[in-house]
Write a protein that binds this ligand. Structure first.
Ligand code: 5RP
Length: 240
């Protein structure tokens, strides 16, 4: 018997299925990473089985497996460097659509793929909508060489930086780097913090995604709602 979905998974399914409706025939898409994207991939797989032609560039080794499990044809960077659309999840989304990503460790590839996409669609269940970014530890990808020194500079900026997986068994990204999860507290100015992190030698990329959302599909009162850049958010301090 199929297992019943949790309330949160039903929300992820709702936004994933709504996102799949945005994929048009012939598109080259970026395929994000994570449990919400899994529902998108399942819905896209059903559309492909019904005749939709689409190719996907995955944002992680995990999403290569995901694409294959739903018979979504793959592309790689040698075939194309421009994508029509990317669809990805988020760990936190602020009212101005600044986001924290990288909970799954794929932030670098996710940001590269998003940057190569003409249109960027993000999907988020209601737990991801926050008044201010920062309760979710901010993932920062760093090169292994000198990472202890880089971590000191991260801690000076953010307060606390923990090596994901710990020193004994550190988590390795798909590019072979480490991730430090930084407890920054409330992030008042995500763009300024993103720039400051990017200026630290050894930092490859941060999980701050600022100004990248062309369309957000999130959940309000149990239903998927689409929010363009000009649409007013319904969550956050000014809206509670
Ligand atoms: C992976 C990500 C994911 O998009 C993010 O962690 C959300 O994941 P989920 O949909 O499982 O909550 O940034 O690096």
């Amino acid at each position: 018997m199929a297992q019943e979905l949790s309330a949160q998974d039903r929300e992820k399914q709702a936004v994933g299925e709504a996102a799949a409706a945005h994929v048009e025939d012939g598109m080259a898409i970026g395929l994000g990473t994570g449990s919400t994207v899994t529902f998108f991939a399942a819905a896209l797989g059903r559309r492909i089985a019904d005749g939709l032609t689409v190719r996907a560039l995955p944002t992680s080794a995990a999403s290569i497996d995901l694409a294959q499990s739903f018979d979504i044809p793959l592309i790689d960077w040698t075939a194309t460097t421009r994508l029509d659309l990317c669809v990805d999840g988020a760990d936190e989304v602020a009212p101005d659509r600044a986001m924290i990503k990288g909970g799954g460790g794929a932030l670098l590839w996710e940001k590269i793929v998003a940057s190569a996409s003409a249109r960027r669609l993000y999907i988020a269940d209601s737990s991801k909508l926050v008044a201010r970014l920062g309760a979710f530890p901010l993932p920062v990808e760093v090169v292994r060489f000198g990472h202890q020194a880089t971590a000191e500079r991260l801690a000076a900026l953010c307060g606390e930086a923990a090596l994901r997986g710990g020193a004994e068994a550190p988590f390795l990204t798909d590019s072979g780097n480490f991730i430090y999860d930084c407890r920054c507290g409330e992030i008042a100015d995500p763009a300024a913090l993103e720039a400051a992190l990017g200026a630290i030698p050894g930092v490859v990329e941060s999980g701050l995604f600022v100004g990248m959302v062309d369309l957000l599909i999130a959940v309000r009162d149990g239903a998927a709602v689409e929010l363009g850049p000009q649409d007013a958010p319904w969550w956050g301090a000014d809206h509670d």
